[in-house]
Design a protein around this ligand. Sequence first.
Ligand code: 2P0
Length: 324
Amino acid sequence: MRTARAIARANIALAKYWGKSDDATNLPAVPSVSLTLDPLVTETTVTFDPGLDADAFVLDGEPAREGELARVRALLDEVRAASGLTDHARVESANQFPTAAGLASSASGFAALAGAASRAAGLDEPLEVLSARARRASASAARSIWGGVVELPAGEPGDDALSARPLAGPDHWDLRVVVAVTAAGRKPIGSRAAMRQSRTGSPYYDAWVAQSFESARAITEALMERDFDRLAPLVERSFLAMHAVAMTNEEAVIYWQPGSVAALHRVRALRADGVPVCATMDAGPHVKAICVADAADHVQAALEETEGVLRTLVARPGPGLELA
Ligand code: 2P0
């Protein structure tokens, strides 16, 4: 038996990924820029075992659903092809944060899986290779391979090796992300299906893609210069544009709940009062308020008392993939 363990963290995109240039190879149509977040950790152990007659995937102590297992199997198949190993594997993954926290566990999960599977198979692959493999499983996972500020460029069909790249370490800027949880339960539609509907159904999809390059460039520049006043409206515009294309496809994917809108207005009111804070949202109802560290207590208290906010948690920039 060959076994290895890896730890990876969730990330929050400031410049959003939404839409693919190729479904089969999971290539993003737009560049995205993220912060890798502590303490939102997933720990994954992979064991290649000649005694198994099929791959098995246990997530938080429960056998995973077939759709999740299929994505895990596809990644394991890549690792078997790269290593020459033919054994099936047992994958055990645990999120050390509530999956209902509003921060996708697929990014940390597939990043940790990419690391653990490679190491368990005896491969010694560079992080770029692990990032590209994580990206083929779930594009946002490519970014969780690195800590701090990370960019995943857009890809064109054929860019099979497209990977994310680190722009600055976790210590670059002492930011905080205050997550305002605004609804319980599963979201109505997953991001993969919703972004496909956006591409085929929203009249604004091409405009979204066209503006994304300048948006990601400006967000990167503001991050590198630690210029919060410049960053804040750019971050809000990126997620609002993403949600605009989601809302305007034929199915009208509306992730927002009353608490989301209340939290967004609260964040903007705080900023109008001089607090360095801005908001972003992913494919779900929760609002993530990004602020400088000094403002985190104030922002958290304000969101805690906002109607429709069920609870909050605070995250900070963290490191990338850790192999054990
Ligand atoms: C992001 N999201 O940049 C964006 C913002 C959701 C909203 O990346 O289809 O799970 O597996 O490549 O990575 C969520 O999409 O999608 C995501 P797939 P993924 O964080």
